[in-house]
Write a protein that binds this ligand. Structure first.
Ligand code: PLP
Length: 367
């Protein structure tokens, strides 16, 4: 199989698997237990917390381990005070949009920030939000469908100057571009392990030093009373290892992704009526979202699957329905054209030969 769907999930790195396995069999103690078997497990969680913190340049106490990016996003929005205003961009992941709509139903005022035709949040949208003075603004660092990278650092600085809190969903950016919490000027950041070759079901909310969290889950007081529940030890160890590997290998991974993407986009130009969405915007080096006029994206995904190639139509998390992507609609693309969208998201094991194979197969299918 040619696997080109790394924005949906990445395979578990063999080195990560080796690090987590002992915590699925040998070291099964509860990290809250006082005896040695428990303390050993606790120290593995502490080490993983340091590794994740090091990747984004924060201190370990700022990391709250969660069940993934979805929970981290829900936990971030839960800081909004009762009846307070908050804002999100129109292109957020469903774990922000649905959580925001839930808060709206509970009486919060929700502001949706528009994007332009390149999928970028505009200065104008930021100016309008500042005038309305919400408590919190949530803007993703990179979009899972288009790969478009937002100018978070600059916008966050302006929002901060107006005493507005900023959350960024960095789930897709992590491991593909450098992500530094302080340089981005944000107060809260969501991460997910299975997008950086870690295990599924583990992520983190990164919290600014002066931010108080309203827990979603109450219980034994784990994660400094901010997220109770016995820790998913093996997955946390995996996240730590994946973060350390990412830290060491980011430059080389980025170069690899970029060179493959350049090749892919060059070859795609030979296919008639093909558009690369958000082509003019700064994008993640591993992501290409394209559409071919008159060809249904989901249909193409099925046909490619029969040829042993795994790609996505729009966002995998939102799959199941055939609705056009909310991200493309927000960019002003017609529902008809949005339904042509196919996403290729590259990973560290992909090769030039796979890119060439893919383009040949695609040409054969649509030619
Ligand atoms: N945020 C973004 C931008 C994502 O792409 C995803 C998953 O695709 C998530 C959040 C959710 O993360 P998780 O799968 O860890 O819940």
């Amino acid at each position: 199989m040619i696997y080109f769907d790394h924005n949906a999930t990445t395979p578990l790195d063999e080195r990560v698997l080796a690090a987590m396995l002992p915590f699925l069999n040998r070291y099964y103690g509860n990290p809250s237990s006082l005896y040695r078997h428990g303390r050993l497990v606790r120290s593995a969680i502490d080490a993983a917390r340091e590794q994740v913190a090091a990747l984004i340049g924060v201190s370990a106490t700022q990391i709250i381990f969660t069940s993934g990016g979805t929970e981290a996003n829900n936990l971030a929005l839960a800081i909004v005070n009762p009846a307070a205003k908050f804002a999100i961009s129109a292109i957020e992941h469903p774990s922000i949009i649905e959580s925001a709509l839930h808060l709206k139903n509970q009486g919060h005022e929700l502001i949706i920030m528009d994007v332009d035709s390149t999928g970028s949040i505009t200065q104008n949208a930021i100016n309008q939000v500042i005038e309305q003075h919400p408590q919190l603004v949530s803007m993703m660092l990179a979009n899972n469908e288009t790969g478009v990278i937002q100018n978070i650092a600059c916008y966050a600085e302006q929002l901060k100057a107006n005493n507005i809190l900023i959350h960024t969903d960095a789930v897709q950016a992590l491991g593909k571009i450098p992500v530094q919490f302080d340089a981005l000027n944000v107060d809260l950041m969501s991460l997910s392990s299975h997008k950086i070759y870690g295990a599924k079901g583990c992520g983190a909310l990164v919290v600014g030093r002066d931010i108080t969290i309203n827990p979603l889950i109450y219980g034994g007081g784990q994660e400094q009373n901010r997220r109770s529940g016995t820790e998913n030890v093996a997955a946390i160890v995996a996240f730590g290892t994946a973060a350390e590997l990412t830290n060491n290998e980011l430059t080389q991974r980025s170069k690899h992704h970029s060179s493959l993407r350049i090749l892919l986009e060059q070859r795609l130009t030979s296919i008639p009526k093909l558009t690369i969405f958000a082509e003019a915007a700064l994008r993640l080096p591993n992501t290409v979202l394209f559409g071919i006029e008159g060809i249904d994206g989901e249909m193409l995904v099925m046909q490619l699957d029969q040829k042993g190639i795994a790609v996505a139509s729009g966002s995998a998390c939102a799959s199941g329905g055939n609705a056009p992507s909310h991200v493309l609609l927000a960019m002003g693309i017609s529902p008809e054209q949005a339904k042509t969208a196919v996403r290729v998201s590259l990973g560290i094991s992909n090769t030039e030969a796979e890119i060439l194979d893919f383009v040949t197969t695609l040409t054969g299918l649509v030619g």
